[in-house]
Ligand binder design. Structure first.
Ligand code: 13P
Length: 255
């Protein structure tokens, strides 16, 4: 029996506006009472968080942010701290997304500091890892994933503690926004490898409990095949999370 609840999470990236965001939340909230086996989360841009929190009301949709700074406060123009995210009602934060790593030069070491800060605050991190096409074609996928896990989760390793609520997201860079989804078999192979890494570095209990999401062109047409795999616990969705119909169909993947 799978002890892990499925999670469908929408990463809105730098899209939508407050009106559209509230409309989208209203559409999702309207079907939340039919969904009892799937957790739902949205990660809007910072400016929309208070309005989205209000629209979520008591519907049970989880609220996450897309990034945060590792410091609690200070002279860091343009940055947002984890405390500020909690202040507007976030319970989760995406860290180490490949767009942050690639475009904003976020290293594993920075991701590690952010994970630590989130943990201190009690924010649940959704930590992203994944290889580029070049790395995959060079046969380096496992090596890259292992390196990202070792270095981004260094603080967990040092403390020998990985809260089971921690969420990992395997997002092959070549599948993000390209329409080229990893096959369920390709994704399962990496998810299994990630779970084994957690077992080897922590313990089997933690490995059995943590959720590992797949991200990269996830959509209603391919979600069932992905979710049928034993180590795929949900999806981190970009493009298909921006409109009510596809996102709701993703949430309803079991029907
Ligand atoms: P797409 O679903 O648009 O490929 O984006 C995936 C992603 O990056 C989610 O974090």
């Amino acid at each position: 029996m799978n002890i892990r609840r499925s999670l469908i999470a929408g990463n809105w990236k730098m899209n939508l506006n407050i009106n559209k965001a509230v409309e989208l939340i209203n559409a999702i909230a309207a079907i939340m009472n039919e969904i009892d086996e799937v957790d739902v989360l949205v990660a809007p841009p910072f400016t929309m968080l208070p309005a989205v929190r209000k629209a979520i009301g008591s519907s049970g949709i989880f609220l996450g942010a897309q990034n945060m700074h590792q410091d609690m406060s200070g002279a860091l123009t343009g940055e947002i701290s984890g405390r500020m995210l909690q202040d507007v009602g976030c319970t989760h934060v995406i860290l180490g997304h490949s767009e942050r790593r690639g475009i904003f030069q976020e290293t594993d070491e920075i991701v590690n500091l952010k994970v630590k800060a989130a943990l201190v605050l009690g924010l649940i991190p959704i930590i992203c890892i994944g290889e580029t096409l070049e790395e995959r074609e060079a046969g380096k996928t496992f090596e890259v994933i292992k390196g990202q896990l070792n270095n981004s989760l260094q603080n967990f390793k040092a403390d020998q503690l990985m809260p089971p609520s921690t969420i990992l997201a395997y997002e092959p860079v070549w599948a993000i926004g390209t329409g080229h989804t990893a096959t369920p078999e390709q994704a399962q192979e990496i998810h299994q490898f990630i779970r084994k890494w957690v077992e080897d570095n922590f313990n089997i209990g933690t490995a059995n409990q943590i959720r590992i999401l797949y991200g990269g062109s996830a959509k209603p047409e391919n979600i069932s095949g992905l979710m049928a795999k034993p180590d795929i616990d949900g999806a981190l969705v970009g493009g298909a999370s921006l409109k009510g119909d596809p996102f709701i169909n993703l949430i309803r993947f079991k029907k």
